[in-house]
Design a protein around this ligand. Structure first.
Ligand code: 4AD
Ligand code: MG
Length: 426
């Protein structure tokens, strides 16, 4: 039905499910969905057979049907089109569908996620997710990037060892990937500009509205590129994603009640940039009790982002709180060349990125200091032996970005089947 505009005043046959209905003596209104859209079917007693009208009155929620009828414009409805039903053929009945039109608690809905996906709100979020995925491929491929897939089963940890998912790989240890970055760095030296887009896993014991155990990350990596140029790509990429959603998902945004004027502000680049040092000063001036060197939590990130109308880059964090691979600052030994992009409206960090350390000896030393085994990283260190170049990259968490773009209040809404601290079902 998403292509209803093509069929106005024409007769169509479509497969649908019933989401709700009401009827009087002479007319039945069926709320229908066909997987692409939610719309109304009108069954007028005098225009259909007695059996069809009876069926329209009796049919239960989520029964699947073939219907035929004429498509009409309907300016009063959200979708803008309805169907004047002529025939109904039941494909399969449904009884006692658990998700009724009344309100349900979040745990109940999450337990029924396999069914809840049929409802208009998750449906709208997943369609926007699909647009963001497609826009991501379009953006990077148009910019001359090549997609290089990183492995999911790995023997080394890019983001630290505390939140690794352990598994076995025949007779040795292995981990589920936390990030494809190290492999993308190899890719960048082979192909120039590369990106990966795959699932990543973090055994983080965090139960917040920003943390998933399994999430999807987009990780571009660019050879012969310094951090400033990478920031330029990052902001153009985010602005492009928002613009694509504005262009192609207006109905979904309306379903979600997402304010379009707010989103439009995010399509304007450049985004503001402040240093970590400035961020600390700003926080202190506003009553936050913290010292230089700490990492920001959700309240700090929310406050910082609230100072701007657009996403904001926070540059050059303390070396001690960032991973081993980041490039050291040329004149200070306490910070690294990196940036987190904080989304407005309380959504926090959506991108983490940096310029990468290129010097073999420095990197070797950092690996040892991080308590990692240089033997496991010898392939990665090779990249600094054979024509090492300045290179930069970043990682965007798909679900974090999507939660922000859709205006949802929890990252679990942004993935079809969320893996959370206490949930691996359904
Ligand atoms: O900041 P992070 O840990 O950076 C990296 O993994 C780098 N290796 C990326 C790179 O430079 N190639 O994670 C990147 C992003 C975060 O900004 C956030 O959007 C998302 O991944 N993310 C999570 N999303 C959902 N749930 C979690 N538990 C997440 N942890 C990180
Ligand atoms: Mg980060």
């Amino acid at each position: 039905m998403i292509d209803a505009p093509k069929y106005v005043n024409e007769k169509v046959k479509i497969g649908v499910w019933l989401t709700n209905k009401r009827s009087s003596g002479k007319i039945a209104f069926l709320q229908l969905r066909d997987g692409t859209a939610y719309f109304q079917g009108v069954v007028v007693k005098n225009n259909v057979s007695a059996e069809t009208f009876e069926l329209a009155k009796e049919v239960k929620q989520e029964t699947s049907m073939w219907i035929t009828g004429i498509v009409h414009e309907d300016s009063r409805s959200h979708f803008g089109y309805e169907i004047e039903v002529e025939t109904i053929e039941v494909v399969s009945e449904s009884h006692d569908y658990p998700i009724t039109p009344k309100e349900h608690g979040i745990d109940f809905l999450m337990d029924h996620r396999h069914l809840w996906l049929r409802s208009s709100r998750p449906h709208a979020v997943m369609r926007i997710r699909n647009e963001v995925i497609k826009a991501t491929y379009d953006f990077f491929i148009d910019e001359g990037f090549i997609k290089i897939d990183a492995p999911i089963l790995t023997g080394s940890a890019p983001e630290g060892t505390t939140d690794l998912f352990h598994t076995t790989y025949f007779d040795r240890d292995a981990y589920l990937s936390q990030s494809g970055q190290l492999y993308e760095e190899a890719g960048a030296e082979a192909f120039g500009k590369v990106f990966s887009f795959g699932p990543t896993f973090r055994a983080e014991k965090s139960k917040t509205r920003r943390h998933l155990i399994e999430f999807w990350m987009i990780e571009p990596e660019m050879a012969f590129m310094h951090q400033e140029e990478s920031l330029d790509i990052q902001e153009r990429y985010i602005a492009y994603l928002v613009q694509r959603v504005l262009d192609n998902c207006s109905m979904e945004l309306k379903t979600l009640g997402r304010d379009v004027e707010t989103l439009k502000k995010y399509t304007i680049v450049p985004y503001p940039r402040i240093s970590y040092d400035e961020a600390i000063e700003l926080l202190k001036k506003n009553g936050f009790k913290l010292d230089w060197g700490v990492d920001f939590g959700s309240p700090e990130e929310t406050f910082l982002a609230d100072q701007f109308d657009q996403p904001v880059f926070v540059l050059n964090y303390p070396k001690a709180i960032k991973p081993f691979y980041m490039k050291p600052h040329p004149t200070r030994d306490d910070v690294v060349i990196c940036a987190d992009l904080l989304a407005p409206e309380g959504y926090g960090e959506i991108i983490g990125g940096s310029e990468r350390a290129v010097d073999y000896d420095y990197l070797y030393e950092q690996i040892v200091k991080a308590g990692l085994d240089p033997k496991e990283y010898s392939w990665y260190l090779d990249l600094r032996k054979y024509g090492s170049v300045p290179h930069s990259g970043f990682g965007l968490g798909l679900e974090r970005a999507l939660t922000w773009i859709t205006g949802e209040d929890h990252v679990r809404e942004a993935i079809p089947f969320p893996r959370l601290l206490n949930r691996i079902y359904p």
